[in-house]
Design a protein around this ligand. Structure first.
Ligand SMILES: Cc1cc2nc3c(=O)[nH]c(=O)nc-3n(C[C@H](O)[C@H](O)[C@H](O)COP(=O)(O)OP(=O)(O)OC[C@H]3O[C@@H](n4cnc5c(N)ncnc54)[C@H](O)[C@@H]3O)c2cc1C
Length: 325
């Protein structure tokens, strides 16, 4: 059954899953395989699939999602498309355009905000699969200075370049050096930019050698590691970055990439145990949270995990949830 709830109605499910990315889909598919019925998957966007949906298949494009089970690298939408096909074979109730804004862990009650207003959902078990987001310049700590225009994040790059074919910078500076940063550099190059400058406070890139070799087909970023206390320069528009020891890097746009922060605000506000300042959830066995009947799956666990890992992690959490029930 698809479609949204009416206003002011209370609804009860056996399991409520917060977030319809690879992890949430994995939980739903795993529960269906175990015969657990009455499951709702709640997603704030207007489509299921999560972060990989921003990466459509494009001829000549740069595929950046590893599909381990087939031993190849594909586009995000291809990978998650296969997960969605599996989800479609289940009886999971899907609620789109519904953001969970509040949780009551003891009552297992969720408050949802959607286009038709606010409603509540209760469940016997809840899985938090809300994913992660990139650190902001403020969260990076070592990156200070003005908040000029032309500072953007990977999701903006994805929107401009992947969805609209617009190149956000022709002389880009990429901040960060993980897989997300390298894939951004590759996409900028492929979109026609100069070879990006890549800056990080780490001395060596945080992505592995194989990942860097993979991206050499598209990019060999001009790397500067070990940058401490850098400042963003520019009055209104970005013109460059200057480090405390006087190094300068100029460009016409900066991409702040990677280093994910788990989306654990709901858990924190609801009083579930969350470590600060890392915002990591405190985990019990089977990826349970500090309140019985609450679980977490996927990138909300912290760190960087690929989309297929998150899907199978969701499948594993489904097992713990069905044992709990
Ligand atoms: C910017 C970025 C770029 C990435 N690039 C790559 C890449 O190139 N290659 C690769 O392999 N991996 C990449 N990843 C990692 C990959 O996207 C993840 O491994 C995977 O998508 C994580 O799955 P998930 O289900 O845990 O989270 P997500 O895919 O993020 O899904 C979480 C879902 O929860 C929803 N949600 C969150 N909060 C709420 C709420 N309160 N109420 C309702 N819904 C909510 C979100 O809208 C989202 O749809 C990237 C991640 C990020 C953040």
């Amino acid at each position: 059954a698809k479609g949204n709830f009416g206003m002011n109605n209370a609804h009860h499910f056996k399991v409520a899953i917060i977030g319809g990315g690879p992890a949430g889909i994995g939980v739903a598919v795993g529960l269906a395989k175990r015969g657990v019925g009455s499951v709702v998957l709640i997603e704030r966007r207007n489509e299921i699939g999560g972060t990989p949906m921003g990466y459509p298949k494009k001829s000549g494009g740069v595929p950046t999602f590893v599909e381990w089970t087939r031993g190849r690298v594909v586009f995000g939408q291809e990978l998650v498309g296969r997960m969605i096909q599996r989800l479609a074979k289940t009886d999971t109730a899907i609620r789109l355009n519904m953001q969970v804004t509040k949780i009551d862990p003891a009552e297992k009650r969720l408050t949802l905000l959607g286009p038709e207003g606010v409603c509540e959902v209760t469940a016997d078990a809840v899985v938090l699969a809300a994913g992660a987001r990139e650190q902001t310049p403020a969260e990076k700590g070592w990156l200070a200075g003005a908040r000029t225009s032309r500072i953007s994040f990977t999701r903006h790059l994805t929107g401009w370049l992947e969805r609209h074919g617009l190149l956000p910078a022709s002389k880009p500076v990429v901040i960060g050096s993980d897989l997300i940063a390298y894939s951004a550099a590759a996409k900028l190059r492929e979109g026609g930019s100069d070879e990006p400058l890549m800056i990080d406070r780490r001395h060596r890139p945080s992505s592995g050698l194989f990942e860097r070799l993979f991206f050499r087909r598209w990019t060999r970023p001009d790397w500067s590691g070990g940058v401490k206390d850098a400042e963003i320069k520019g009055e209104r528009s970005f013109v460059g970055i200057e480090s405390i020891d006087g190094h300068e890097w100029s460009g016409d746009g900066v991409m702040v990439c990677g280093e994910l922060v788990p989306n654990t605000e709901l858990a924190l506000l609801g009083g579930l145990a969350v470590e600060l300042p890392s915002r990591q959830l405190q985990l019990a066995r089977g990826q349970g949270l500090s309140q019985p009947g609450w679980f977490a799956a996927g990138n909300v666990l912290g760190g960087f995990h690929g989309a297929q890992w998150c899907y199978f992690n969701g499948r594993r959490v489904a097992r713990a949830v069905s044992h709990f029930l």
